[in-house]
Design a protein. Structure first.
Length: 165
């Protein structure tokens, strides 16, 4: 037995719209209890705003599902690893929304931008030389550490250690 859809009259539709508008007004603005306050404080045009990151999550999950189907049905080479990579990226984005800490090495809708890490607490070797990691921004240098900078410091500290022996 096939049931026929019940058609609403224009008056009924208008009454339903009014009830829905009234209910939305009474509800008030969204509270976003599961989003970190620092993320909520960002403007919508900021790179890491909640709005943008949610779009990144949606795109990553959709592409991951598509690649997973490609792997399952066509055994497409590399589809499984790419699917899992995108799934992990979506989890990193969700972590950011919940905790306010960006933990991924990449960002953007297609993970096209590399994250530049910033050192917030210096570490030192026992002889006093600062420990450096390539590509990390150091406030004492005022820039990200380069291979040349690290090699230069290693040479200077090697000279200093020899002179103190």
């Amino acid at each position: 037995m096939v049931r026929k859809k019940r058609e609403l009259t224009e008056e009924q539709k208008e009454a339903a719209r009014d009830r829905l508008a009234k209910a939305r007004e009474a509800k008030g603005p969204a509270k976003y209890k599961d989003i970190h306050p620092d993320v909520l404080a960002l403007d919508d045009d900021d790179k890491f705003s909640m709005k943008n990151v949610r779009i990144w999550i949606k795109e990553a999950k959709a592409r991951s599902a598509s690649l997973r189907r490609d792997f399952n049905y066509n055994k497409t080479k590399g589809a499984l690893s790419e699917s899992l990579r995108l799934k992990g990226y979506a989890k990193h984005c969700e972590h950011y929304l919940k905790h306010g800490d960006w933990v991924s090495d990449y960002y953007g809708p297609n993970m096209e931008f590399k994250t530049v890490w910033k050192c917030v607490a210096m570490a030192y070797h026992p002889w006093g030389q600062p420990k450096r990691v390539l590509g990390v921004y150091y406030p004492d240098l005022g820039m990200a550490a380069t291979k040349e900078q690290i090699d230069f410091e290693n040479e200077e500290w090697a000279k200093e250690r020899k002179s103190h022996k």
